[in-house]
Design a protein around this ligand. Structure first.
Ligand code: FAD
Length: 498
């Protein structure tokens, strides 16, 4: 088999090359998966008890349609990257579309969104022509569909269907429940899927656990790093179960998420970056009896009308974002690095939330505000109840532009890489760039570039992922429904209404 030949071709130089990765979030864990599948000797350090346990990941961002403010170029990049991610982790996505609605109070209009959607659709078609396996978001002609008010009003007369197969069927719950008088028309339905944090964590963990090339060091805090003069590599001090240990490596990858600057500081490397703390809220709408698409109500970030996001999970659970200071955003939640430190300093109140707990009163108030933020659009949603702690965390944004969404990797010299993703979908771009550098160093054969065979990862079954995702949900104290998805990749969604 081709993949076996490739790994064999690499085996001598690859096995001799030790790669260490600090941080087992989606970036570090996926790069570990990628490089260990190529035969490199990888050690993955994660201070927490399990992988992908950082800030939430709930949207795939296959086209960046949740961000009006970013460039078309970033949206096209996110589209291609999301397709790559979906091909690697097909069981982590919830294959339901997203309705993009522009409220009447908003200064924008649906017509302003169309040129970009057409570009994205053409780019998706081009990617399918390049490789038919890229067709993971349905047919390109169904990438988006417009719904005028008359059509939505007719759909409001229909009963919701259990397993929607057409975009029109997906629109029925919206038609029946959303106050159409609050919105501009047409509504836009687009193939922007959900991405499930617990299923991603399960997928990458199961793959790494069965890969003998990867040493998985969870519960291991990297406390210091030094350049090793003897072999141009690195020495890593770490603490595991209270015991200080050391490991040597040839190539170091900093994937420490919002703490990436701490590792830079230990090594004396300068880097400009931002860190932002944000939260989404989980509630249950007990009387909800149908499967919803995601619904996004646009609004200007940071104002009382900031964008509202309504993200469905099974069994009536919903995750809510509200881009205002009293819901998802926080006063002083965005901080920058300085000339003296590459690590932006979040106030203790945020670090306490990340490392210990939230104040229950604040959870109640912010979740209630999130429900109230959605209620003008979906009046019946007022009966939703708080059911779980928020999904939250801090994310890094390289550079100084807080709206940057498509970011990947930077290097210092030839043996140190930083993963600087803002969205999970960018991880394979990171892995490709690091692979390119390892090829230049002679650690890998150039024939492996871009092969993406993932032989071991492909053996991980959906059943095993379900089980592990449930276990992670339980351990992290979230309702089990958050480990599940409403719609699997077996169900195709079509734009026609037959
Ligand atoms: C509210 C919110 C919603 C979001 N929604 C989405 C979304 O829908 N889709 C999306 O794609 N992205 C989303 N994001 C962004 C996304 O969560 C992050 O960009 C992503 O998690 C970054 O992954 P990472 O692997 O780089 O970092 P992290 O997930 O933060 O992982 C870094 C890891 O490094 C470990 N670590 C740090 N220092 C050390 C050390 N010294 N030793 C050992 N281990 C260490 C940490 O424990 C952590 O597990 C959201 C972010 C927030 C805050």
């Amino acid at each position: 088999m081709a993949e076996v030949t490739q790994v064999d071709k690499n085996s001598d130089s690859a096995k001799q090359t030790k790669v260490a990765i600090v941080g087992g979030g989606i970036a570090g864990a996926t790069v570990a998966l990628y490089l260990s599948e190529l035969g490199l000797d990888v050690s993955l350090f994660e201070k927490g008890p399990s992988l992908v346990n950082g800030p939430p990941i709930c949207h795939l961002h296959a086209g960046g349609n949740l961000y009006r403010e970013i460039s078309d170029k970033q949206c096209l990049t996110l589209l291609a990257q999301s397709i790559d991610l979906l091909r690697l982790y097909p069981y982590a996505a919830d294959y339901r579309p997203t309705v993009v609605a522009v409220p009447k109070h908003d200064n924008g209009s649906p017509a302003l969104l169309l040129p970009r959607l057409k570009k994205l659709q053409a780019q998706y078609q081009a990617l399918i022509e390049k490789d038919p396996l890229n067709e993971v978001l349905g047919a390109s002609c169904d990438y988006f569909k417009l719904f005028e008010r008359a059509e939505v009003e007719l759909l409001a007369l229909q009963d919701p269907v259990k397993t929607p197969k057409t975009l029109a069927q997906w629109m029925i719950p919206v038609a029946k429940n959303v106050d159409l008088d609050t919105l501009q028309f047409p509504l836009i339905m687009v193939q922007e899927y959900g991405l499930n944090l617990f299923r991603l964590a399960a997928s990458v963990s199961l793959s790494l656990e069965s890969n003998r090339n990867c040493q998985l060091l969870t519960g291991s805090l990297v406390s210091n790093l030094y350049a090793s003069e003897s072999n141009n590599g690195w020495l890593i001090d770490y603490q595991q179960a209270g015991v200080g240990k050391q490991l040597q490596c040839d190539y170091l990858i900093n994937a420490a998420g919002f703490r990436t600057g701490e590792i830079d500081d230990l090594l004396g490397f300068k880097r400009q970056r931002l860190v932002e703390f944000k939260a989404a809220y989980v509630c249950r709408w007990a009387t909800c009896d149908c499967i919803w698409p995601e619904v996004v109500f646009y609004g200007e970030r940071g104002t009382p009308n900031g964008m509202a996001q309504f993200t469905p999970y099974p069994d009536g659970y919903f995750q809510l974002h509200g881009m205002t200071d009293n819901i998802t955003l926080f006063k002083d939640g965005l901080v920058a690095s300085t000339a003296h430190s590459a690590q932006p300093q979040l106030a203790d109140s945020f670090i306490n939330k990340i490392e210990q707990n939230w104040n229950k009163q604040e959870v109640r108030e912010r979740t209630q505000s999130a429900i109230a933020h959605l209620t003008p659009y979906i009046p019946r949603f007022a009966s939703a109840q708080i059911t779980a702690k928020p999904l939250f965390g801090a994310q890094q944004i390289p550079g100084g532009d807080p709206t940057l969404r498509a970011a990947d990797v930077s290097f210092v010299g030839s043996r140190y890489a930083r993963c600087e993703i803002v969205k999970a979908s960018s991880v394979l771009t990171v892995a490709d760039a690091i692979t390119e550098q390892l090829i230049k160093l002679g650690c890998l054969d150039k024939s492996v570039f871009g092969t993406r065979e993932f032989t071991i990862t492909k053996t991980v079954t959906e059943t095993a992922i379900n089980k592990r995702a449930e276990l992670l949900c339980e351990k992290r104290n979230y309702p089990l429904s958050l480990a599940h998805r409403n719609i699997s990749n077996a169900v195709k969604t079509r734009a026609d209404q037959s």
